[in-house]
Write a protein of this length. Structure first.
Length: 315
C-alpha cells in the first residue's frame, strides 16, 4: 500500500477536510431504500445498491452524516467495480426522518449494525467500512463479535478510537467551526426529543447553553443511552480497547494531520500486537479527505486502498 501524496491545495488539513465535504461532485447511484425495525420499536433506513451479489459492503457514516454524505457516495461508487451489493446504513434519525424513540445513535452503538446484518442472511460475505464515528462503530463491532462467520473484513477511516481524546481536541480553537456546526445539529435534534419525550425531563436550558461535546454527552447522549455520564460513555464506547480481540483482517487509516484526532487515536502499539490489524498513518489527508487531484474528479486515495483491501477477500 503506497503512501498518500496529495495535490498542494490538499496538504492543508482544513482544506483537505472541508473541500471534499462541500464541493466534491459525485454522480448519483441507483439505490433502493429499506427500513428496518429494531427490538425497541424504533427504525433506521438503509439505502442499498443491489447487484444481486452474495457479498455485501456495509458503509457507516460519521457524526451527523448520512447515506448521502459525499464520502459515502464516493466510496459506494468506487466499490461498484467489485460487483457486490452496497448497504449504506443511516444511523437513527439521520435519513431525513426523525426516529421514534428518545434514543438516537452514538459512537459505540453497535446493536443496530447487528440488526442490519441479521436481516440479510442472503449474504455469505460481509465487509464493513466506517468513517469517523462510523469507523469507531465498525472497530468496536469487530472486537465485540470476533467470531462472526459472515463478516470477513473491516475498514475504519479517520476513526476516533479514543473518544475522550477526540472530544477534547474537537473543543480546541482550531476546530471551533466544526464543533459549532455539529453542536447546532445535535442540539436541534435533542431539543426536539425533549419536546416529544417530556417524561425524560431533559434540561432544555442546559442543553441550549452547551458549547462542547463533553457537556452535550453529559446532558443527552449518556442518559439517553444508559451511561452514567460522558466519561462513562467515552470509556465504554471507545473502540481502542476492543482492537486486541479483532480476528478478521482490519485496516485503519488515520491521517497524522487530522485535527479531529488526538495522539491517543493512533493505535500504534495495539496494531503491532495484533497481526489482523493494519494501520496506515499518512502525513496528509485531514479528516476523511485524501483527494488525489485538486478538483477532486479522480477516485480518492482511501477509496482505492479500501477497494484493494476488500478485493483480497472477494476474489
Amino acid at each position: 500500500m503506497v503512501d498518500y501524496q496529495p495535490p498542494f491545495l490538499h496538504r492543508n488539513a482544513h482544506l483537505a477536510t472541508v473541500l471534499p465535504n462541500r464541493f466534491r461532485s459525485i454522480a448519483d447511484l441507483p439505490t433502493e431504500r429499506k427500513t428496518l425495525s429494531t427490538p425497541d420499536n424504533d427504525f433506521f433506513d438503509v439505502d442499498c445498491v443491489i447487484n444481486g451479489s452474495e457479498t455485501a459492503v456495509i458503509l457507516l457514516h460519521g457524526l451527523e452524516g448520512s447515506s448521502q454524505s459525499r464520502y459515502i457516495r464516493g466510496m459506494a461508487k468506487a466499490l461498484m467495480s467489485l460487483d457486490s451489493d452496497i448497504l449504506c446504513m443511516n444511523f437513527r434519525g439521520c435519513s431525513g426522518r426523525t426516529n421514534a424513540t428518545f434514543q438516537s445513535y452514538h459512537s459505540g452503538k453497535t446493536d443496530d449494525l447487528n440488526v442490519l446484518i441479521d436481516a440479510n442472511p442472503q449474504y455469505k460475505s460481509i465487509h464493513i467500512i466506517g468513517f469517523s464515528l462510523g469507523g469507531n462503530v465498525a472497530l468496536k463491532f469487530a472486537g465485540e463479535t470476533p467470531t462472526h462467520e459472515r463478516v470477513k473484513s473491516c475498514i475504519a477511516i479517520s476513526a476516533p478510537v479514543d473518544l475522550a481524546g477526540s472530544s477534547a481536541v474537537l473543543s480546541e480553537r482550531q476546530n471551533i467551526l466544526y464543533l459549532n456546526r455539529f453542536l447546532r445539529q445535535l442540539k436541534s435534534k435533542a431539543l426536539d426529543k425533549a419536546n416529544r419525550f417530556t417524561e425524560y425531563k431533559l434540561n432544555v436550558k442546559d442543553l441550549q447553553n452547551v458549547n462542547n461535546f463533553h457537556d452535550f454527552d453529559n446532558i443527552y447522549t449518556a442518559p439517553a443511552h444508559g451511561f452514567a455520564d460522558a466519561n462513562d460513555y467515552y470509556k465504554r464506547s471507545s473502540s481502542k480497547q476492543f482492537l486486541a480481540a479483532i480476528k478478521i483482517p482490519t485496516l485503519i487509516i488515520n491521517a497524522l494531520n487530522d485535527s479531529f484526532l488526538s495522539p491517543s487515536c493512533f493505535p500504534i502499539e495495539e496494531c503491532k500486537q495484533n497481526a489482523n490489524l493494519h494501520l496506515l498513518t499518512p502525513q496528509f489527508g485531514g479528516h476523511v479527505g485524501f483527494a488525489n487531484d485538486t478538483l477532486m474528479r479522480k477516485q480518492f486515495w482511501h477509496e482505492q486502498i479500501a477497494n484493494e483491501f476488500i478485493a483480497n477477500f472477494t476474489a
